[in-house]
Ligand binder design. Structure first.
Ligand SMILES: [Zn+2]
Length: 74
């Protein structure tokens, strides 16, 4: 039996449960649920950090600080 295992760019297997199909017109896009989940968590975390900085340092200074650290927020 030769079953081809397809993986997302991060190496997650495209199983039935882990695959999210998104239809864009005639195009069929396959997404990895694990990656989508991780990305959503990361975005939410960055959003929180950003809000905290703005609250504590003000709009200008807070956003400047956020730009400096955003790459390190995981
Ligand atoms: Zn993935």
């Amino acid at each position: 039996m030769s079953k081809r295992t397809v993986e997302c760019p991060q190496g997650h297997e495209y199983t039935e449960e882990n695959t999210y199909i998104h239809y864009q017109g005639a195009k069929r896009n396959k997404h990895c649920r694990k990656c989508m989940h991780a990305r959503r968590n990361r975005t939410a975390r960055r959003q929180r950090v950003r809000e905290d900085l703005v609250k504590n340092f003000g709009e200008v200074e807070g956003l400047k600080l956020f730009e400096g650290i955003r790459k390190n927020v995981r």
